[in-house]
Design a binder for this molecule. Sequence first.
Ligand code: ADP
Ligand code: MG
Length: 247
Amino acid sequence: MSNTDFMLAVEDLTVSFDGFKAIDKLTLYVDRDELRVIIGPNGAGKTTLLDLVCGKTRATGGSIKFVNREMTGLPEYQIVRAGIGRKFQTPSIYENLSVFQNLAVSFPRGRGVFGALAFKTDATVRQRVADVAAEIGLSDALEREAAQLSHGQKQWLEIGMLLMQEPQLLMLDEPIAGMSVREREQTAELLKRISRGRAVIVIEHDMDFVREIADKVTVMHQGKILAEGSMDHVQNDPRVIDVYLGH
Ligand code: ADP
Ligand code: MG
């Protein structure tokens, strides 16, 4: 297939589980600097799509190109290394470590090498931790134990742990679930901020939040794309109202 200027080019992607096509010849392009929101009814295949892009699930057919490089077939760690970060619904932070330590162990060289933490906290790592902490709004909480953070702050910390690896594509599945109104507002600002210079894909149900953050909305249904465009465009699409927004 042809080269594109897109950061992410998914073409004819298909995955079947025992004959059931959870993703069915799906084509999707995402630009740099774009914040794309994916919506759709339960079971539409939204989470499965992210699982395929990050290599957690293997495609049955089709192509996933990230900056023109084919990702299907690569193991998860190579996809991470290529620059794709994925945040799951439940945060996987180290509760008994400080915010600083959580970020520092996520620095690429330190990842997973727990015992090496002491000599990895050099000036480079400290600078990156400071930059990321500012980006996620936790500069004043660096010495706090992660367990002491609010639910929203834990979610931001996990986003920060992904940012430590400088991903070019960041994917988040329902990032505001369980957050307070104030935390939701701050998360909207955070997501807009981190999409600059990157591409961000967010799966979300809260339509007010989607309207607040989305550059473009993709509506999925039965493993396919039902509609795509601005929030106003998809909200007025009779098929979208029929399968999703009307309920
Ligand atoms: P969404 O995130 O849009 O709610 P999912 O991607 O979680 O939907 O699921 C899409 C469909 O694929 C559902 O019918 C689900 O049961 C099915 N599915 C997802 N993962 C698997 C799997 N590993 N094995 C079998 N079926 C799966
Ligand atoms: Mg899901």
